[in-house]
Design a protein around this ligand. Structure first.
Ligand SMILES: [Zn+2]
Length: 282
């Protein structure tokens, strides 16, 4: 049966957990379809999306999911709005990435960025560097007073490949997985040093996802040294305490404790407290 708002309505056994309409299971058909449609929209590639016509507004009839998938599915009211928002956001992202591509391709690059070790310089746009980092902005503004346009800034702590990855991130807002995995520590340090907020978040997210017994001490050390990563520090510490036996009886920990005595003390104290709490619970 169809209810007054035009959505399929089941003489159901329970209310849908999202919209409250009667549903056969926890979610009504409209919400399930809506969730599928949003997922399809967000995971579709740019080329899919141009053929699927996401430009038009999502209408209020029962087949708005047709905009993002080939099936004619009914979508509940709340999801209609969410789907429209997701569609608009995706259009915005596509618009911005095409702007950036145009920007990246254009010839009027006005700054050379030089890595350490006498590596080759990479041309970039001052405006892009300044927009993403107050430190770059400061370097470029103060350099502009004494140097002509088209001059060079040097990021001596980065190798050519690391610098290339940093600039690629600034132009694209993301990095291929392999490149990120290879350079994440260096990039996280550069993101902290040059105050590139988006790159800090991106690196921290990746480091949190990769936390394991073999890198936990390294990640704790990074998060202790570079203050942008306070969330990582908490998570790394919790992880180490949970897996303390597998971590502290290793040669890696011996070396770590020599380099970071204060962190070794923190780990010891936290383990003692955790053990004590466990005993009290038993
Ligand atoms: Zn529902």
């Amino acid at each position: 049966m169809i209810n007054s708002s035009g959505f399929k309505f089941y003489e159901g056994k329970m209310p849908c957990e999202i919209c409250g309409l009667s549903a056969r299971n926890k979610l009504c058909e409209g919400c399930v379809n809506g969730a599928k449609a949003i997922h399809a929209l967000l995971t579709s590639t740019k080329s899919d999306n141009s053929s699927a016509n996401t430009r038009g507004p999502v209408n209020n009839s029962t087949n708005h999911a047709a905009n993002t998938s080939s099936s004619n599915l009914s979508v509940s009211k709340g999801f209609t709005l969410a789907l429209r928002r997701a569609s608009e956001m995706k259009e915005k992202v596509n618009y911005l990435s095409s702007c950036l591509n145009a920007f990246k391709g254009q010839v009027h690059k006005d700054i050379l960025v030089k890595p350490g070790n006498n590596g080759p310089s990479i041309a970039a746009h001052k405006s892009l560097l300044s927009a993403n980092s107050v430190i770059f902005k400061f370097m470029l503004d103060s350099d502009a007073c004494k140097a002509p346009p088209g001059h060079t800034i040097t990021l001596a702590e980065l190798s050519y490949l690391e610098l290339h990855a940093l600039l690629e991130f600034l132009y694209r807002g993301e990095l291929p997985k392999e490149k990120l995995e290879k350079h994440v520590y260096t990039l996280s340090i550069a993101a902290d040093k040059y105050e590139i907020k988006l790159l800090q978040k991106y690196c921290e997210h990746h480091m949190l996802g990769s936390l394991n017994t073999s890198n936990a001490l390294e990640l704790l050390e990074i998060s202790e040294t570079y203050k942008s990563y306070s969330h990582l520090k908490v998570e790394a510490m919790i992880f180490i305490i949970k897996n303390v036996e597998g971590i502290v009886f290793t040669p890696k920990f011996d070396a770590f404790a020599v380099e970071n005595p204060h962190l070794a003390v923190q780990i010891t104290r936290a383990s003692v407290v955790t053990n004590k709490n466990k005993k009290h619970k038993v």
